[in-house]
Design a protein around this ligand. Structure first.
Ligand code: HEC
Ligand code: HEC
Length: 199
């Protein structure tokens, strides 16, 4: 009797183990898709036009992914990004968000112009700081916007352009109002400021 029970327990145990490793395989398979472009460390080392997502708080990663799914964001330069995100379930989105948000933020470390960065610092302080926290700040997770400090310049340029040419919807009217205030020179200054960030 005891032996049979032991046998059944072992069977259940190995069944659960199989389920567990299947789940793990599934998680890794989903993350593998993202790694092709965003890199294993989330810094997209091989692609200039792919954003850094390492250390971006999970709620912001999820919100961006839902925006790609529902069309508030459209992938103009790289349709494969949207194609990768369309079929994902809420659970799969949450798996990938947990993976990249738990990584250390990797900075672009790009060169920048000091004078422009100083101007950008003022603009950021006056208009953007409330919603766009530094990635290492505690409030980054609850802030309304995605952390911009240390983000790749070419991606930021593209993101700004996407709002202005209508390929991306601003989710918050106040963000749209702020964008209306900015000149092209202001945008360059802000991008230099975000590139100047050191954690
Ligand atoms: C084919 C390359 C590619 C693949 C695969 C890919 N991405 Fe992207 N990702 C991009 C590009 C390019 C953008 C910018 C897209 C745009 O807004 O037009 C982007 C944007 C994002 C953003 C927005 C970042 C920000 O700061 O606004 C998140 C979050 C993201 N991807 C997560 C993921 C996750 C998670 C996966 C895996 C399910 C994934 N991506 C798969 C290339 C890719
Ligand atoms: C009231 C809050 C708010 C203010 C103020 C604000 N933003 Fe935003 N911003 C947001 C939100 C929310 C998003 C995410 C929207 C989306 O999904 O595209 C965002 C997204 C962005 C993005 C795209 C980031 C990415 O990773 O794709 C850029 C760039 C940006 N904001 C720049 C600015 C700048 C520069 C200022 C100041 C001049 C500013 N924002 C002021 C809320 C704000």
């Amino acid at each position: 009797m005891r032996i049979v029970k032991l046998f059944v327990l072992t069977l259940i145990g190995s069944f659960l183990f199989t389920l567990d490793s299947l789940a793990q395989d599934h998680e890794s398979a989903v993350i593998e898709i993202c790694i092709v472009c965003h890199g294993e460390d989330g810094s997209a080392p091989n692609f200039d036009d792919v954003p850094i997502i390492a250390g971006t708080p999970a709620p912001h990663i999820e919100e961006a992914m839902y925006s790609y799914q529902d069309g508030a964001r459209r992938c103009i330069d790289e349709p494969a990004m949207c194609e990768a995100v369309f079929p994902l379930t809420d659970e799969e989105i949450s798996i990938t968000a947990d993976y990249f948000s738990s990584q250390n933020r990797v900075m672009s470390g790009e060169p920048y112009n000091d004078r422009l960065a100083m101007k950008g610092r003022r603009l950021h302080r006056d208009h953007c700081i409330r919603c766009h926290a530094r990635p290492d700040e505690k409030r980054a997770e609850d802030a309304l916007g995605i952390p911009l400090h240390g983000q790749r310049s070419s991606y930021l340029r593209y993101a700004f352009a996407s709002y202005y040419n209508g390929n991306r919807d601003t989710l918050i009217p106040e963000m749209a109002e702020k964008l209306k205030l900015l000149t092209n020179d202001d945008i360059e200054a802000l991008i230099n400021f975000y590139a100047s960030y050191k954690p």
